[in-house]
Design a protein around this ligand. Structure first.
Ligand SMILES: *Cc1c(COP(=O)(O)O)cnc(C)c1O
Length: 364
């Protein structure tokens, strides 16, 4: 499978709406499909048409506070094929919690965590029953699951119809799933450059996983890519001095003194589940982990390895960081030992090759 996301939705989707009576009206919707084998054999035009019909939600209002004003939030999590044939979810309890908090942060009714977990499991199961799932492949073990596939699960909110500025009192929650390979092409450049755009401010929405937070990072990432970089690194809005995060991923730096540093959240940085997990795994290894401010100057002079984390990115090493014409190259541009260790341990846990000591994997 090619790197990155593909917009090839699996047939079963979920949607629910917060009703007048205060309950969530839930629905599983089966979209048009053929068998996975028949779909794979379709010609490009026919396949595109089928995928278009999958990505059609006539039950949802088009003109609403999400499509017009960006009042919306989402989650991203994955189900991983295991050697024994089962599928397991990575820390979905934390996605459920964050999703409720994001909705409440946008002043809409929060989606209950137990409903989130039940719906995620059910939709993965229903698709699996139709044969829509990646199968575990032994050859993935050869490069520590670098090219392994999984199921990407995207829950998101969508508001009731409306055209004036408003908050949502009857939001929908929709869940779709797609097959996914690795997000960053493992063989491509992984150079990063700072951007002077601002992703988040105090008293803003930086901590919420909301649609609106993606506008500026998308612009910054595309600008970085146009200059030959893979990723844009945001600095703090006040002084343009301290690292915040990547365009959609959290940043880590291994320093010369052996400590691992990631910027403190400070209500602006997204509280990544992979971020938390890597901090735990590093502590397990006896590494000193610090959540604090880290300046770009400190990174340029003290960092020996750098990587970013996120559900889509996993653990992705950054070969260099450029800031105002100065470039720090880490480990001669190759993945460092510590980063590789974190990558292998995390992927190993997710695909069931490493012991799940912290109880992070949930059965579907
Ligand atoms: C989702 C996201 C992350 C990564 O969070 P995970 O829970 O690890 O997937 C990091 N930064 C931003 C801005 C995000 O939206």
């Amino acid at each position: 499978m090619a790197a990155g996301f593909t917009l090839a939705l699996y047939p079963w989707t979920y949607n629910s709406q917060f009703a007048e009576d205060g309950s969530w009206k839930e629905q599983f919707v089966e979209k048009p499909h053929k068998s996975p084998g028949e779909e794979a054999a379709m010609n490009a035009a026919a396949h595109k048409e089928l995928m278009g019909s999958r990505n059609s939600f006539p039950e949802l209002p088009m003109v609403n506070y999400t499509s017009q004003y960006g009042i919306g939030c989402f989650e991203g999590l994955k189900a991983f094929p295991q050697k024994d044939g089962s599928l397991k979810l990575f820390r979905p309890d934390l996605n459920a919690l964050r999703f409720r908090e994001s909705m409440e942060g946008l002043k809409m009714p929060g989606f209950p965590e137990e409903k989130f977990l039940a719906a995620v499991r059910e939709i993965v199961k229903r698709n699996e029953n139709l044969g829509f799932r990646p199968e575990y492949q032994n050859e993935w073990e050869k490069d520590n699951f670098l090219h392994a596939n999984s199921i990407y699960i995207r829950p998101f909110s969508w508001t009731e119809g409306g055209i004036g500025l408003n908050l949502s009192s009857h939001p929908y929650v929709v869940i779709i799933t797609t097959p996914v390979g690795s997000y960053f092409d493992p063989d491509a450049s992984s150079k990063a450059i700072t951007t002077d755009r601002v992703r988040a401010t105090d008293h803003g929405t930086g901590w919420i996983k909301c649609n609106a937070n993606y506008v500026i990072p998308t612009l910054a990432k595309k600008e970085a890519m146009a200059q030959g970089y893979m990723e844009a690194i945001f600095l703090d809005y006040k002084e343009q001095k301290y690292i915040e995060e990547g365009s959609s991923c959290n940043a880590f730096f291994l320093l010369k003194d052996g400590s691992l540093v990631t910027p403190a959240l400070e209500n602006r940085i997204l509280n990544g589940i992979n971020r938390r997990s890597v901090m735990q795994l590093a502590k397990d290894e006896g590494v000193k982990v610090e959540e604090r401010r880290i300046s770009i100057d400190e990174v340029l002079s003290e960092a020996v390895e750098c990587f970013v984390t996120g559900t889509a990115a996993g653990v992705s090493y950054i070969e260099s960081v450029t800031h105002q014409g100065k470039t720090a190259v880490f480990n001669n541009g190759k993945i460092g030992e510590f980063t590789a260790n974190m990558l292998h341990t995390l992927k190993g846990i997710q695909y069931g090759a490493e012991k799940d000591r912290h109880g992070w994997m949930f059965e579907v």
